[in-house]
Design a protein around this ligand. Structure first.
Ligand SMILES: [Zn+2]
Length: 232
């Protein structure tokens, strides 16, 4: 089965802090949200996730879209924090000739983000001529999560639980768009060792003078699904 490739671009980084305000730097918040989203997506089958950066490094906009295009991503998400007077969340797609999938994905992502984040202003679904949404070859979205220079928004952005909600909203959107399924957790079977090494731990459950009594217990254990042998 072909894996769904999600490219998450943590906006800014390195020598470019992005917007700053209230003791916060955009580049740190975008990285935290991108990493949280990656972690959430690791719970699903058939998804591959790549981040434009996993640490505080400088990348040009072209490097970011080149990475996603060379990889052949199915969706491009560029995480940003707003500034310049305002409050709340808005999402952007390219203001040029975009695919129907780009618009549909924005509808789904936008409403799931607003649902997960809760009681903040919905600034709406917008279009812009941003490099990353224009030059990516796949459907792309650029969410702006809150205003770093707004004291109330910054208060929320300082709470890791709030950043996780932003990631959760995108996770829910992606689950809906790509019909993602949670990985099945393996359940341990009786007597199976949980060791990482090749060691086997034997468990003795009884010692009997009379062989018939040993066999009776062995049969009972076998009936419960254990593998049993009698040693003399
Ligand atoms: Zn930004």
């Amino acid at each position: 089965m072909k894996k769904i490739k999600i490219f998450i671009d943590a906006g800014h980084g390195g020598t470019d802090p992005g917007a700053v305000g209230n003791g916060l730097r955009e580049k740190d918040l975008t990285l935290a949200i991108a990493k949280a989203l990656k972690k959430y997506l690791e719970q699903y089958e058939n998804v591959e996730v790549r981040l434009s950066r996993e640490d505080d490094r400088t990348l040009t906009l072209k490097q970011r879209t080149d990475m996603a295009n060379a990889w052949g991503a199915d969706y491009f998400i560029s995480v940003h924090i707003n500034a310049g007077g305002g409050t709340g969340i808005e999402t952007f797609i390219w203001n040029g000739n975009v695919s129907a999938a780009t618009r549909n994905n924005q509808n789904v992502m936008h409403s799931e983000i607003m649902k997960a984040v809760g009681n903040v202003r919905d600034r709406g679904k917008k279009t812009q001529n941003f490099h990353v949404v224009r030059e990516s070859n796949m459907p792309a979205i650029l969410p702006e999560f809150m205003f770093i220079d707004n004291a109330n928004d910054a208060q929320l952005l300082k709470d890791p639980a709030f950043l996780n909600k932003c990631a959760k909203g995108m996770e829910n959107g992606l689950v809906s768009i790509f019909n993602l399924k949670k990985k099945v957790q393996p359940t341990p079977t009786p007597m199976q060792t949980q060791s990482n090494t090749n060691k086997l731990y034997r468990v003795q459950v009884g010692a009997f003078a009379n062989k018939a009594n040993a066999e009776a217990l062995a049969n009972e254990l076998k009936s419960k699904g254990y593998s049993v042998f009698i040693a003399e």
